[in-house]
Design a protein around this ligand. Structure first.
Ligand code: ATP
Ligand code: SF4
Ligand code: MG
Length: 376
């Protein structure tokens, strides 16, 4: 089983040699709604090499799904505007007609959607959903597709795959449905997989199994993966790089190891603080950050995190901090008062003295022990 000639033709003139598999530059996506323009993704840039994994982490509404769907060209509707550039194997994705995108989906780029129940058709048996997909992309017979579907279900460790193919989605557990979605996404051996919250709403044991499965498949197939999650614990030890998103922007990006050992951005620090210090901490949803994310129709001027940041200073409310290299050149962060610096400490002391409410969370965390993250 391998990618078809069709998609090879689509990427025929692409530069496959030196450049990274995926290059995203200054990507913006907004939705026009009656109240105004929702600026969901506001200038995201990153690169991803073949076989590597990028974690995309942030609270609900930070733009993670819209970013993934923008690159996949899956944000539908005539109220969506996407600008900037996304190049897959050198091919400019945003300029492709729908027909070319259909050739890329499945064969080259695939997505495990956030909600497996909506990704699967509840009225169609699992077997048909898997086989139609592979038949469409690989041009094989019904019988071959059925046998391939059994292999795929085996690969994602679904017991009794033959009989599962005759089940409807509602007859399977959440973990099984998620595995089916992963099997469908992997069916045509994509080069790039977007896994959007692949473990949300699953219990801890199943979460581990699904994440291990994705990592195993990714390594076996030398597939690149973008792993989208609320949970910083999910990316620990599983991704090469991590990109932290806040209000549609990237606020910090570096190797996952460096992020866990030397975070620079106050929002990343707040995410670390929100991981409970218990044995199950790495799989708990992020909830404990003071305040709420901003309105994306009218985001704050200056730094978007300023209304919630314990270190905020007047400059933060006036000027947006650029995403710039810190430490070694590959660690990027956007903050005027980076965590751990003398300026940061002075800003905190000043805010504590002035009784800024968001300093309370940090003071409590400091009283309760270190907030440092550790990569499991
Ligand atoms: N079709 C749409 N029309 C209007 N606004 C939208 C649309 N899709 C997404 N948004 C808005 O874009 C912002 C980013 O949404 P997105 O789904 O990317 O967040 P997310 O980071 O994936 O959150 P979650 O962790 O809850 O999945 C949100 O404010 C959301 O309400
Ligand atoms: S210190 Fe200022 S620039 Fe940095 S995150 Fe806080 S508000 Fe933003
Ligand atoms: Mg999402």
């Amino acid at each position: 089983m391998n990618t078809t000639v069709v998609s090879d033709a689509v990427v025929a003139d692409a530069n496959t040699s030196a450049s990274p598999l995926l290059v995203v530059e200054d990507l913006h996506t907004s939705f026009s709604i009656p109240r105004g323009e929702v600026k969901a993704v506001r200038g995201v840039s990153f690169e991803l090499e073949q076989g590597k994994t990028l974690g995309v982490v942030g609270e609900s509404g930070s733009g993670k799904t819209v970013l993934a769907r923008s690159i996949m060209r899956l944000n539908l509707g005539n109220n969506v505007t996407t600008t900037g550039s996304a190049k897959f194997r050198g091919l400019s994705i945003l300029d492709q007609p729908p027909k070319s995108m259909r050739q890329l989906w499945g064969n080259e780029m695939a997505m495990v959607f956030q909600d497996p129940m909506t990704a699967l058709n509840p009225l169609v048996k699992i077997g048909r959903q898997v086989t139609e997909h592979v038949r469409h992309h690989l041009g094989i017979s019904k019988k071959e597709a059925r046998s391939l579907a059994v292999d795929l279900l085996n690969e994602v460790r679904i017991p009794e795959p033959e009989s599962r193919l005759d089940s409807y989605p509602h007859e399977l557990s959440g973990g099984m449905r998620q595995r089916i979605c992963i099997a469908i996404a992997l069916a045509c051996e994509p080069t790039l997989l977007f896994a959007d919250e692949p473990t949300t709403a699953l219990d801890v044991t199943v979460q581990h199994q699904i994440l291990n499965l994705l990592n195993r498949e990714q390594e076996t197939r030398d597939m690149a993966m973008v792993l989208v999650t609320h949970d910083l614990g999910v990316v620990a030890g599983r991704t090469d790089e991590t990109m932290v998103m806040y209000a549609g922007n990237v606020v910090e990006k570096t190797s996952t190891h460096e992020l866990f050992n030397n975070m620079q951005h106050p929002y990343t620090e707040a995410l670390f603080r929100s991981i409970p210090k218990t044995s199950e901490r790495s799989h708990t949803r992020l909830t404990a950050i003071a305040g709420r994310p901003p309105d994306l129709i009218d985001p704050p001027t200056g730094c978007s995190f300023s209304p919630r940041c314990p270190y905020v200073q007047p400059k933060c409310r006036e000027e947006k901090p650029p995403l710039i290299p810190v430490n070694d050149g590959s660690h990027l962060s956007s903050c005027w008062f980076p965590v751990g610096t003398e300026e940061n400490k002075a800003a905190f002391r000043k805010n504590v003295a002035e009784g800024l409410p968001q300093t309370l969370v940090v003071e409590e965390a400091l009283a309760g022990g270190s907030s440092e993250g550790s990569e499991s």
